[in-house]
Design a protein around this ligand. Structure first.
Ligand code: BG6
Length: 479
């Protein structure tokens, strides 16, 4: 595997620790090697030492072992690259030596502006062979038009079945569990539609702010950074029809159909359907934090929060709102999917106590992995004044059920699938384009109407308009 961007943050935090874990568990073939590449000039020994340092920094102490690290680092070498120079690709080829005889996996963990030069350089050096695969980190473009350009450049050298577009949310165990919950149980599917579901909520709340990613984040914002990829992938998994199998084509065919059914947002509907926010100074977990502008060191109109009332215009979901929200510097870190079922058609208990509440299914993706179902039960008693009902939880704490099993980093799964050539958990070109088509409709509506981000206090659940977005419909966010 050639890893471009090997000295970058993602490589340090996620890719090398994940590869280390795969190595530790004996999941990488003996012949598997990693050629790291970046702009910094250094030799193999210096690069290995730097990776060793990063492993110790980012792996939990109980997972790091010096002897395992030593054998892992022996798989790694390094070549400095200036992507504008042809000679760089010649030295890369030379460094690969006999390894060019074997299929290569090219992993691009670089800014997207470098995808083109790298792929063209590899092509000229004869390294984009028919057996090779390429993995791409997001963002794939900034809008539909630029994503097509990126996909065209990559597609000119690699056929679609060799392109692995990464959305790390698909590598998360709980995200895959959504498919198991929906399609390995008879219970949910008959009710999983507009007849029984009132609305769906998807929240991806973060407590972090810019995290030093100033040059990337400003001008991109939450809509393109989070909704275009992670939230829409969750929407697709929640809303798709049952695929015939777990094969890549079957799953991705169903996901793309959902993305194509998203009702475009127009300048007329944008105000009622979307909320943009930007965090102002506040406090998280008792610690004071700066506002976005102050962290950035400039005034900015970039949104750090977005809430959207989305509709999927097809038979299954007609009229069911999907409330989506994501933001930085929010009250707590939490990713959650909530399915709000409808009320029973008739209350035969003439409810006392808490009253007859509709059922709710809450799938918590992180930080804890839980599936909770809120159901009505009878409060114990002699019922002299009628049956008293109460909402109780059927709680599946996956943490407890699989307490003895280490939770893998999402990238472990994705890297292994990449190495083995399984595309199920990667995003196909038509999915990316369908997602951008919808995101562009929102972005264009915002530009046309001049919709500005509303301020929210860091450490809150976002601007008050986000609360109004659900409450207007008699719903409320699950905070
Ligand atoms: C990334 C975004 O794709 O996902 C970041 O660019 C965000 O802005 C991150 O912080 C969130 O990922 P996770 O796995 O921490 O929920």
């Amino acid at each position: 595997m050639i890893l471009f961007g090997a000295t970058g943050d993602l490589a340090h935090r996620m890719l090398f620790p994940s590869l280390y874990n795969l190595h530790k568990d004996g999941l990488l073939a003996d012949s598997f090697t990693i050629l790291g590449s970046g702009r910094t000039v250094m030799d193999d020994a210096a690069f290995r030492a730097s990776i060793d340092e990063q492993l110790q920094k980012y792996l939990p102490p109980e997972q790091y072992a010096a002897d395992v690290a030593e054998s892992f680092l022996a798989r790694i070498d390094y070549v400095a690259i200036d992507t504008a120079e042809d000679t760089s690709f010649a030295s890369l080829k030379e460094k690969l030596g006999a390894r060019t005889q074997k299929p290569l996996g090219v992993y691009l963990s670089t800014p997207p502006a470098l995808f083109g030069p790298i792929i063209e350089g590899l092509n000229r050096a004869g390294l984009a062979c028919g057996e090779c695969r390429v993995a791409l980190e997001k963002p794939i473009g900034q809008d539909l038009a630029s994503s097509k350009q990126v996909n065209d450049i990559v597609g000119a050298a690699f056929s679609e079945e060799r392109i692995f577009r990464v959305d790390h949310y698909l590598g998360k165990e709980t995200v895959q569990n959504l498919l198991a919950l929906r399609f390995a149980n008879i219970l949910f599917e008959p009710l999983w539609n507009a007849n029984a579901i009132e609305h769906v909520e998807i929240t991806v709340a973060e407590t972090v702010g810019l995290e030093g990613r100033v040059s990337y984040y400003d001008g991109v914002g939450a809509l393109k950074d989070m909704v275009q990829n992670h939230l829409l992938q969750l929407v697709a998994l929640v809303a798709m029809e049952p695929p015939a199998s777990y094969a890549a084509a079957a799953v991705r065919d169903e996901k793309v159909k959902v993305l194509r059914c998203l009702r475009p947002v127009t300048p007329e509907s944008a105000k009622a359907l979307t909320v943009k926010g930007q965090y102002a100074s506040g406090a998280i977990g008792g610690a004071a934090v700066k506002g976005y502008d102050e962290e950035l060191g400039a005034d900015s109109a970039t949104e750090t929060f977005v809430a959207i009332k989305a509709f999927i215009d097809n038979w299954r979901w007609a009229g069911v709102p999907f409330y989506l929200r994501t933001g930085k510097r929010m009250r707590e870190r939490k990713s959650e999917i909530l399915i709000q079922f409808k009320r029973v058609p008739h209350d035969l208990f003439a409810s006392r106590g808490a009253g007859l509440e509709p059922n709710t299914l809450i799938i918590r993706l992180q930080p804890e992995e839980t599936i909770r179902m809120l159901v009505m039960a009878k409060r114990p008693g002699l019922d002299r004044d009628g049956v008293e009902l109460q909402e109780v939880e059927l709680d599946v704490a996956l943490d407890a059920a699989y307490g003895n099993q280490r939770r893998r980093i999402a990238y472990e799964r994705l890297l292994l699938d990449f190495v083995e050539g399984d595309q199920t958990l990667f995003v196909r070109r038509d999915e990316v384009e369908a997602a951008w088509t919808w995101i562009d409709s929102i972005h264009n509506a915002w530009t046309k109407t001049g919709q500005k981000p509303q301020s929210y206090t860091a450490g809150s659940w976002g601007p008050s308009a986000s609360i109004a977005l659900t409450e207007r419909d008699g719903a409320s966010w699950h905070d």
